[in-house]
Design a protein around this ligand. Structure first.
Ligand code: SF4
Ligand code: SF4
Length: 449
């Protein structure tokens, strides 16, 4: 018999441990005597038939390593099939210019070209989407930048919107929100399904970070824009968090509740600021450190839990999904959409797959204007998975990690096919410990599977 390499043990309470296997998705409370039985199986000793059967049924034990590998590849195949079926998101970058100079922005001055995508390139973009999209799904065109919703981009945004309206395609926009009040009269709610706006805290905190070129703050303008937009289009609020502003989350949650935003079509989430490719931003915190702080706030300040979702936080996301929906996240064979199907098209006719690397031609994966032509980078990005990164193949948390961020791996080790380890076990440990009473109650109802 073979004890799964994916079994993870977490010390939760003095006398209680949790065993979690991300391949089978099973999670149970496990006691010392059962751990000893698992150890016996590992060393080839016999254990009671009913104990063995229980371990096998939960995916903690397989007949052989080959059986576990077969199961891994069966799930991977399912994942690949699901990816082929899903409706794609195509990122449209009509300008790299921006009206803010945020302290942690990944774009340097040389990238802030004031040019805007012309009609010829835009029309070729739509022709390309027609060619590439899944035939049975509705594509979603997502405006990105630079800042996509500046007043001077209005003509380009309207052109894209009219095209999508004719085709019945959906649109999203990720904006800094500075001109959102103006755009709320322009954006058609039949086309735009959601606007994502970034606000980094209350005025005092936000205005230190998300500033205009003259150093003044952008908070008041953005808040007015969100108020107006919420009258017709759902808003997703992203809060970029690091050492500088994390302590402000409880007060910011109070502000959001006072505004009444979360009673509307509104959703807020927290995202860690990352230092990618030469940003040298000194306030970054490791994800698990932010998570540690977040759990402290969730315990002390109920408004934080009410307002902010923990989606995207490895561990926390998975456990809260288990509590809400009774299912864990499926295994992660790849780190992010850049390794799956993400395509970003810019005003110069270049195509990219990683949103942090757009505008850096050396990382482009091809051209779509004047003609669609992918280069060898496309295959390299898409093939990056836990099976193609040598260090990741036998790692026992690979299906939780997916190999880590490719851009950071590239920066640190010079190769896409290198690992960028994430402290996924630490994040899960924090999450299981935080949610343990709820998990235990759920387990008692026999709903954990
Ligand atoms: S490769 Fe890294 S930086 Fe690029 S989109 Fe994926 S997670 Fe983000
Ligand atoms: S990047 Fe590190 S933690 Fe992630 S799968 Fe690879 S070896 Fe494991």
């Amino acid at each position: 018999m073979y004890v799964s390499r994916y079994n993870l043990l977490f010390d939760v309470r003095k006398d209680e441990k949790v065993i979690f296997n991300p391949l089978s998705g099973a999670m149970d409370i496990i006691y010392e005597n059962e751990i000893k039985e698992l150890e016996k199986i590992k060393t080839g000793k016999k254990v009671k038939k009913e104990v063995l059967e229980k371990f096998i049924s939960r995916g903690y034990v397989f007949e052989s390593k080959e059986d576990e590998d077969k199961e891994l590849h069966r799930i991977y195949k399912k994942f690949e099939d699901a990816m082929k079926e899903r409706g794609e998101r195509f990122i449209l970058i009509q300008t790299y210019d921006c009206n803010l100079r945020c302290t942690y922005c990944y774009q340097d001055e040389s990238m802030r070209d004031p040019s805007i995508m012309n009609e010829k390139v835009l029309s070729k973009f739509f022709e390309t989407v027609e060619d590439l999209k899944n035939k049975n799904t509705v594509p979603c065109i997502s405006l990105f930048g630079g800042e996509p919703l500046m007043k001077r981009n209005e003509k380009a945004v309207k052109s894209a919107m009219n095209y999508c309206k004719q085709k019945d395609w959906e649109m999203l926009a990720s904006t800094n929100g500075v001109e959102l009040e103006y755009y709320s009269n322009i954006l058609d709610s039949d086309v735009f399904k959601q606007i994502q706006v970034t606000v980094d805290g209350t005025k005092e905190y936000h205005d230190k970070r998300r500033v205009f070129p003259d150093g003044s703050g952008s908070f008041d303008k953005i808040v007015k824009g969100i108020d107006k937009t919420l009258e017709k289009i759902p808003v997703v609020l992203r809060v970029n968090v690091d050492k500088e502003n994390i302590e402000n989350l409880p007060k910011f949650a109070d502000f959001i509740i006072e505004k009444g935003w979360e009673d509307k079509n509104f959703h807020a989430y927290i995202s860690p600021v990352k230092s990618v490719f030469g940003m040298n931003y000194s306030f970054c915190l490791p994800d698990y450190k932010i998570l540690e702080n977040l759990f402290e706030y969730l315990d002390k300040y109920p408004q934080v839990e009410k307002v902010f979702s923990l989606e995207g936080w490895q561990g926390a996301d998975s456990i809260s999904r288990l509590l809400k929906k009774g299912e864990l996240f499926p295994p992660q064979f790849k780190n992010c959409e850049a390794n799956i199907d993400m395509l970003a098209f810019d005003l110069y006719g270049d195509v990219y797959t990683c949103l942090e690397l757009v505008g850096r031609k050396e990382f482009s994966i091809g051209k779509f204007y004047p003609e669609l032509n992918f280069n060898e980078n496309l295959k390299k990005w898409r093939n990056r998975s836990i099976f193609t990164i040598p260090e990741c193949r036998e790692c026992n948390v690979n299906i939780l990690c997916g190999g880590g961020c490719a851009a950071l791996a590239l920066e640190e080790k010079g190769s896409l096919y290198s690992n960028y380890c994430k402290p996924v076990k630490k994040a899960l440990e924090l999450s299981i410990s935080h949610y343990f009473p709820k998990l235990k109650a759920l387990g008692e109802k026999n709903e954990i599977s």
